[in-house]
Design a protein around this ligand. Structure first.
Ligand code: ARG
Length: 273
């Protein structure tokens, strides 16, 4: 009888070991192994707010977009596996601050305020805020937003630039947890405009012609912004990611991904100076 028990224990042990092995090669290991010396890659936990097409959004339950392709290319170059998880916008900052995720990708603008608490990689995308309005709107410039009801995603640079015009605690500023909800508010007649990143509002207009929305640019009022990957302050990953980003710039991968999502040629030089 004891022999049977011993056999069972041994079998169970062997099964456990092989299960560990598969999960590591399957890319869910959290044991901190790197690919140094070949073999298994470390899997990084990457968080995002997948409600910002075409940068990150959900398609049939999968997180996809320009940012996602970009991060996969960068991780591959740096020798990591990635597990990209949609957690929402505000939780991104909680996770990165608390170091429960390795980094975040979410069309995140590099700015002074965020730099005090977080680290960023080198810039990987040029962006600016633009105004989404119904066709025929009297809003023709940023200044015209004064006295209008504006919907934004809470905690974004879109909120920041709109506050500069409407005033900080304006009751005309409606803040939403994600950008799709801000757009929905305008669609339902609860707002006169949405302020968000150009890539996002342009894509919305293109994909939703029946909504009859148009985009108003105001380069005088809205400054250039650059996206970076967001890291915990002092993260050792930054050096690896920066190196890999420069590599995907140089080897043509970035241009390929850019072309796929924006059907335009990428301007890498503008990211470098
Ligand atoms: N670029 C803007 C910012 O950093 C908006 C980003 C919103 N991204 C998102 N996935 N919802 O504030």
């Amino acid at each position: 009888k004891t022999r049977l028990v011993i056999t069972l224990v041994v079998v169970a042990f062997v099964l456990m070991l092989s299960a560990c092995g598969t999960s590591e090669t399957g890319g869910t290991s959290k044991t901190g192994k790197t690919n140094e010396g070949g073999g298994e890659k470390k899997t990084l936990r990457v968080v995002t707010d997948a409600a910002y097409a075409p940068f990150e959004y959900q398609d049939k339950g999968e997180v996809v977009g320009f940012d996602i392709d970009f991060v996969k290319a960068v991780a591959k170059e740096a020798g990591y596996d990635v597990k990209i998880e949609h957690v929402g916008w505000d939780p991104i900052f909680v996770e990165i601050k608390g170091k429960t995720a390795d980094f975040a990708v979410s069309a995140i603008t590099i700015n002074k305020e965020r730099k005090q608490t977080y680290d960023f990689t080198v810039p990987y995308f040029l962006s600016k805020n633009e105004i989404l309005v119904p066709k025929g709107s009297s809003i023709k410039s940023a200044q015209d937003l004064k006295g209008k009801v504006v919907a934004v995603q809470n905690g974004t640079t879109g909120q920041e630039v709109t506050e500069k015009i409407l005033g900080k605690n304006s009751k005309d500023l409606k803040k939403f947890e994600n950008n799709n909800l801000a757009i929905l508010e305008m669609k339902n007649g609860g707002a006169d405009a949405v302020v968000a990143d150009n890539g996002v509002v342009d894509t919305y207009v293109k994909n939703n012609p029946k909504d009859n929305f148009v985009v108003i640019e105001d380069d005088g009022a809205f400054e250039k912004e650059f996206y970076g990957l967001l890291l915990p302050k002092g993260s050792e990953l930054k050096a690896d990611l920066d190196k890999a980003i420069n590599k995907v710039f140089e080897n043509g991968t970035y241009a390929e991904i850019y072309k796929k999502w924006f059907n335009k040629e990428a301007d890498i030089q503008i990211l470098k100076d």
